[in-house]
Write a protein that binds this ligand. Structure first.
Ligand SMILES: Cc1ncc(COP(=O)(O)O)c(C=O)c1O
Length: 382
């Protein structure tokens, strides 16, 4: 296990004068505090919400989640839903069930830092497959599986508004991924915390909603659409895997807090989610547009970046030979924070890349921070 650069950075965000492009946090001013306060006031008087819950989760929330998933084309009932303490726990449980030391998880490269952490904590290796504008490179995936078919236990993907790249996998690739996984007999784990946060273009359907996708494990969470402090998330997947994950969860934390499960259920059942998502989308869209505009205005020639249609992140690539990790102390002197790209690459490459978050900083911070970052890149690269 290694200290995560992001966790270290989150500590810095507490230093108020740092402009925080580093974390992956929602805009705290958008938490639906009034609605949640009303719900909490009632729910906390319900004895069931203060009790242990079944390990699988309280049935009313599992039913609510199943309904939500059906509205996205994922045909499930409450029995197919396991509630987890954040999707991070689902990643841990899946690793516990699937992985032995020396096994391999195939993922996009770059990929979610704490997924790398979860897989590595079970002594698995991660094989990163390169991406382009359409997501994971399918030829790369095929040739890896041809070589290492036996060691690979599952394929991990964040197909929509990926963390960290902001890239979305095209439908063509989603179908191809399903085909390849079926052909090689490998399960897919689809992690989808950002799918609801679309600011432009088509709303993408999850891989798990496409035909013949029953073998895909799908992870959703309340963290980015409601509040990460609730630690409520959900997982659907093959029955045998769910049963084993549920057994593993029992040994881990017995159950996700009934209190936050009930709060989440009430928030959705009272019909607050749709309006809240509209608000998130409209404000995050403005922030995304502002950061893209600032990058266009302040970044020197030779720097490139992604144009995400949703989510919370932009992936920036500096000219070859630059090192964002070495540049970070200077960035902190200028009171700006980002995460350098090497952390997201299973093989540690990508030293000239960085992840920039745009959901957490304010509009003023976005403009000023990107200006300072542009100056820094110019100074260091010049
Ligand atoms: C891709 C991805 N998966 C999982 C998580 C963890 O989410 P949760 O708060 O539900 O544990 C995150 C959080 O940033 C994420 O970006």
């Amino acid at each position: 296990m290694r200290a995560s650069e992001v966790r270290e950075l989150l500590k810095l965000i507490e230093q108020e004068d740092i402009i925080p492009f580093g974390g992956g946090m929602p805009d705290p001013t958008l938490f639906p505090k009034d609605e949640l306060a009303r719900i909490v006031e009632e729910v906390v008087r319900d004895e069931r919400a203060l009790q242990y819950s079944p390990t699988e989760g309280i049935r009313p929330l599992r039913e609510t989640v199943a309904k939500l998933l059906r509205s996205k084309g994922i045909e499930v009932t409450y029995e197919d839903v396991l509630i987890t303490t954040g999707s991070q726990q689902a990643l841990d449980l899946i690793s516990k069930v699937y992985l032995d030391p020396g096994d391999v998880v195939v993922s996009e490269s770059p990929t979610y830092l704490s997924a790398i952490g979860a897989f590595r904590s079970y002594e698995a290796d991660i094989a990163g497959i390169e991406m382009d504008k359409g997501g994971m490179d399918m030829d790369g995936l095929r040739s890896y599986l041809d070589k290492e078919w036996k060691r690979c236990k599952f394929i991990y993907t964040i197909p929509t508004y990926q963390n960290p790249s902001g890239i979305t996998m095209s439908y063509e690739r989603r179908r191809e991924l399903l085909e390849i996984a079926r052909e090689y007999g490998k399960p897919i784990v689809e992690d989808d915390p950002y799918g609801e946060l679309t600011y432009e273009g088509e709303v993408m359907k999850p891989i798990r909603s496409l035909p013949n996708s029953d073998f895909v494990t799908y992870l959703g969470t309340a963290s980015k659409i409601l509040a990460p402090g609730l630690r409520v998330a959900w997982m659907v997947g093959p029955k045998d895997l769910l049963r084993k994950c549920s057994l593993a969860k029992q040994a881990t934390d017995l159950c996700t807090p009934a209190l936050t499960q009930t709060i989440t259920k009430e928030f959705i059942d009272r019909g607050y989610l749709a309006g809240h998502l509209e608000k998130l989308r409209s404000i995050y869209r403005v922030k995304r547009d502002a950061i893209l505009e600032a990058m266009k205005n302040y970044f020197p020639p030779g720097v490139t970046w992604t144009h995400p249609n949703g989510g919370m992140f932009i992936w920036v690539t500096l000219p070859h030979g630059m090192d964002t990790s070495k540049m970070l102390p200077k960035a902190l002197e200028k009171k700006i924070a980002y995460v350098s790209g090497g952390a997201f690459h299973p093989d540690g490459s990508g030293e000239n890349t960085m992840r920039i978050n745009f959901s957490f900083p304010t509009l003023e911070e976005i403009d000023e921070g990107i200006k300072r970052l542009g100056e820094l890149i110019e100074e260091v690269g010049g």
